[in-house]
Ligand binder design. Structure first.
Ligand code: OFO
Length: 173
């Protein structure tokens, strides 16, 4: 059975993962409104990944005879000044999530909670991917600058991203 402290911390993390999904869905809506459907598609796939992350934590509590408690979600921001700003914020958000995963890793070690430690190893690796993928797009957008042609090309490329359940097993785009 999962301990009380770990259960509370994982319930908090479920909220963070759902807020990530909410944020990226809001970014998808922003990109659609700007006619950047490829970037919107990238964010829609990212939203689905975040839901999978939340459910991994949900199932961990359930499998260990704990009790999931869903906490209120913050309303996400809805406008950005540019695609670059949106992806920079996505990168910053992933760094924030990585810090939360680090905190959980430390708590699991302090509590001697080996099942949680094993689950969290997957998330440590996943966060490396999450930071890399958002930072890579932000860097490309920086390089593109004001080039409309560059933006159209990148939008097309990002639109090829699709979500499959297996994407979450070995990593992410
Ligand atoms: Fe769940 O990794 Fe992004 O937030």
């Amino acid at each position: 059975m999962i301990g009380k402290k770990m259960q509370e911390a994982i319930n908090e993390q479920i909220k963070h993962e759902l807020e990530s999904a909410y944020l990226y869905l809001s970014m998808a809506a922003y990109f659609h409104s700007e006619g950047l459907d490829g970037m919107a598609q990238w964010m829609r796939a990212q939203t689905q990944e975040e839901l999978v992350h939340a459910m991994k934590f949900f199932d961990h509590i359930r499998d260990r005879d704990g009790r999931v408690e869903l906490l209120p979600l913050a309303q996400p921001k809805r406008e950005w000044t540019s695609p670059l700003q949106a992806f920079q914020e996505a990168y910053q958000h992933e760094q924030f999530i990585s810090s939360k995963i680090d905190g959980l890793v430390k708590l699991a070690a302090a509590e001697g909670d080996h099942p949680a430690s094993i689950l969290l190893q997957w998330f440590v690796t996943e966060q490396v991917e999450e930071e890399a993928s958002t930072s890579k797009v932000a860097q490309m957008l920086e390089r593109i600058g004001d080039s409309g042609h560059g933006l159209v090309m990148l939008d097309r490329e990002l639109g090829t991203r699709s979500f499959t359940a297996s994407t979450t097993e070995g990593g992410t785009e």
